[in-house]
Design a protein around this ligand. Structure first.
Ligand code: UGA
Length: 428
């Protein structure tokens, strides 16, 4: 059992704190926001994350997991100090490290001797080296331990990781961190700090590129009358390629891929290099979303002004209530900008009445209500419940039988047999 401080209780920090507490460690997690700390201290989970509420409650009740706003108190007896702070995108595409810099200044001089400072935040390649130079006193140990958690499956990914990357410049630190995670039976990749930072960016950039590739392939399939689902499966079964992240859709988004891919481009630029493949993947993602908007408009006869569109799904993917850099929201807002009347249903956003998007988009409590009088049903997030909607019921609600499935989750034949004109990604 180790004493661990987790600085930052966003989704990465919270998952790390809850996961390590469940493994039997003693955790004090912090957050700037007193209200969030109060909610978490009472054992209530403030984010949509599968399995989190139960374990959070169990660990807080057992006293295994505590929350505070006081970073110095949290690190006082800590053997490990995890930094799980946001590194949002700056206007120039680079990562904003101000949250990390502020906390490091605060902790300077108070980090217990022999404690390991573990960086979980995604930081530009080379950041760890700089921090180690700034804190070069004896007894200071720095480890890069990037996270690969997916929103919505964060705890699953914590408990069953494909690998745990440990970047440390001393063996003792790496060994201690392996010990901390011992209960997981995971595969460890030990490397130096800089390479660990590079693994994180390379992984996100590669996955984003893989999706851009399949989306571009889908566009070719539309032109050539090939079946993208079969193409994707046929490629993915080659173990050198792998099946995952080959699902065509409305483009990639979320709080990580867009920010990290742009940051990696900036990192390349800062060392006088280019990253042409990644540049193209980012560009391809943008034009893919524009192309979808144009296809929707064309399906509606070239004009969306005053047409009601029932948008199903606004989050950047299913299983989360996150709309940051959501391709679904971007497409819906573009259609709204062209004069369409957007009536949306999203199971994760329904109750979030505080969202400013409801100023422009109608928040409907059911897909059926969204569809009443609509010229098109537009699926933008792959919520599983959308796959089982009954086309006959919707045929009676809409004013025109158009459906655009940007996630390829609807049973195509059923909707076509019910009289709908169906468009999807990668089908003519
Ligand atoms: C991503 C990575 O998958 C995590 O490993 C990483 O830890 C995380 O970013 C991060 O850096 O914090 P996440 O942003 O939760 O996780 O979302 P993903 O599940 O990776 O999906 C990203 C985007 O790609 C979504 O817009 C999703 O709809 C899209 N996608 C994904 C596709 O369009 N097709 C696919 O086949 C897979």
């Amino acid at each position: 059992m180790s004493r661990v401080a987790v600085i930052g209780s966003g989704y990465v920090g919270l998952t790390t704190a809850v996961g390590l507490a469940k493994l039997g460690h003693e955790i004090i997690a912090t957050d700037l926001d007193q209200t969030r700390v109060d909610i978490l201290s009472s054992g209530v989970c403030p984010i949509v994350e599968q399995g989190m509420p139960a374990i959070l409650q169990e660990c807080t009740e057992a006293g295994q997991l505590q929350f505070t706003t006081n970073n110095l108190l949290a690190i006082r007896d800590a053997e490990f100090i995890f930094l799980c702070l946001p590194t949002p995108q700056r206007v120039d595409g680079r990562a904003d490290l101000s949250a990390i810099t502020t906390v490091l200044k605060e902790l300077n001089g108070a980090i217990p001797n022999e404690a390991r400072l573990v960086m979980k935040s995604t930081v530009p390649i080379g950041t760890g080296s700089k921090i180690q130079k700034d804190f070069s006193h004896a007894g200071f140990h720095y480890v890069s331990n990037p996270e690969f958690l997916r929103e919505g499956r964060a705890l699953h990914d914590f408990f069953s990781p494909d690998r745990i990357v440990i970047g440390a410049n001393d063996d003792e630190s790496a060994a201690r961190l392996e010990q901390l995670y011992a209960g997981l039976g995971a595969r460890f990749i030990r490397t130096d700090v800089t390479s660990a930072e590079a693994i994180k960016y390379a992984s996100n950039a590669f996955l984003a590129t893989k999706i851009s590739f399949i989306n571009e392939m889908a566009t070719l399939c539309e032109a050539l009358d090939a079946n993208i689902d079969h193409v994707s499966m046929g490629m993915g079964l080659d173990t050198r390629i792998g099946e995952s992240f080959l699902r065509p859709g409305p483009g990639w988004g979320g709080s990580c891929f867009p920010k990290d891919s742009k940051a990696l481009l900036a990192i390349a630029e800062d060392c006088g290099k280019t990253f042409e493949v990644l540049k193209s993947a980012i560009y391809a993602n943008e034009i893919h979303q524009n192309r979808i908007v144009e296809r929707i408009v064309a399906q509606l006869g070239g004009e969306v002004l005053n047409q009601r569109i029932a948008v199903l799904g606004l989050t950047f993917k299913a299983g989360t209530d996150d709309i940051r850099d959501s391709p679904a929201l971007k497409i819906a807002m573009e259609l709204h900008g062209r004069g369409a009347q957007i009536a949306a249903y999203d199971p994760a956003l329904n109750e979030r009445l505080e969202l400013s998007i409801w100023g422009q988009i109608e928040n409907c409590p059911t897909p059926q209500i969204a569809a009443v009088g609509a010229s098109m049903i537009l699926i933008l997030t792959e919520w599983p419940e959308f796959a089982s909607l009954a086309p006959a019921e919707f045929a009676a609600l809409v004013c025109r039988q158009n459906v655009f499935d940007a996630r390829n989750i609807l049973p195509r034949t059923m909707w076509i047999e019910a009289g709908f004109v169906l468009a999807s990604i990668g089908f003519a």
